[in-house]
Design a binder for this molecule. Structure first.
Ligand SMILES: Nc1ncnc2c1ncn2[C@@H]1O[C@H](COP(=O)(O)OP(=O)(O)OP(=O)(O)O)[C@@H](O)[C@H]1O
Length: 242
């Protein structure tokens, strides 16, 4: 379990973009972060992914303050985190399967990056993950011919096959048509519950969060103002987010 306390990030011009955020992330939970543009959703995801350092606050993993841990412990934890960009960077000329196998440099052990070697059970794992995201039949297809939603699915499969326990997805449904957006949300939810992965997805559309997420976090001006479990947002809560 990850527990965040007092997470605050002030940027050099003096603006506080994350303001005393307190929350916890239980394993296997699908969390959606909603809030208006500029409310701090991406900033929060980046802080959770350890991509950007905060000014103050604690980040506890299974009871231990990560910032007080040594380099190796931090690196081990980093390997379990995947950050999915809105437009994932993939090897365009390679197949879906190759992309899943290749992985992101952060998650791959150094020896694998240097040798480029792939074990046969890696193939099995990659195919299994492509099946989970509904792309097994397209494993051999070049990704340059694939849609935005399919590319997101490949990025998700890639992060999970390389052992991500925490996936931070910044607008995973942006640019997708309503049907594909729902399919993506369904896949994320399934992966959370079946694999025990924790997924935090920033979303613009509150109704998608309400339909699929286990928890909805609401951001406003860098503050986490809502943490709703198992119910829709009230009209007052929704209006507080705009
Ligand atoms: N590295 C940075 N340097 C300066 N300002 C930043 C930085 N990162 C974020 N901000 C500012 O912090 C605020 C929150 O930005 P963030 O990208 O987290 O918002 P968001 O809720 O994800 O918005 P959107 O929905 O438009 O993607 C914005 O005012 C943004 O301009």
């Amino acid at each position: 379990m990850i527990v965040i306390s007092g997470l605050t990030r002030t940027i050099p011009d003096g603006k506080t973009i994350l303001n005393n955020v307190n929350t916890r992330l239980e394993p296997g939970t699908f969390i959606s972060v909603v809030g208006s543009s500029g409310s701090g959703k991406s900033a929060l995801l980046k802080a959770l992914a350890l991509k950007e350092i905060w000014t103050s606050g604690e980040y506890r993993v299974d009871g231990k303050d990560l910032m007080k841990e040594g380099f190796l412990a931090k690196m081990r934890f980093r390997r379990q985190i995947a950050f999915l960009e809105q437009k994932p960077l993939l090897f365009e000329k390679k197949s879906a399967l190759k992309n899943v196998l290749t992985g992101s440099s952060e998650q791959m052990p150094l020896w694998r990056r240097l040798t480029g070697r792939v074990r046969s059970d890696d193939h099995m794992g990659a195919m299994e993950m492509l099946e989970q995201v509904g792309l097994m039949e397209r494993a051999d297809q070049q990704v340059e011919k694939m849609s935005g939603g399919e590319r997101q699915r490949i990025a998700i499969a890639r992060s999970l096959v390389h052992g991500a326990k925490l996936v931070l997805a910044d607008e995973p449904v942006s640019g997708l048509d309503p049907h594909s957006a729902e399919e993506m949300m369904r896949t994320l939810k399934k992966l959370c519950h079946e694999k025990g992965t924790t997924i935090v997805a920033a979303l613009h559309r509150v109704e998608l969060a309400e339909k699929f997420a286990d928890e909805i976090w609401g951001m406003q001006d860098g503050r986490l103002i809502l943490n709703i479990k198992g119910r829709r947002l009230t009209a007052a809560e929704k209006s507080g987010l705009t």
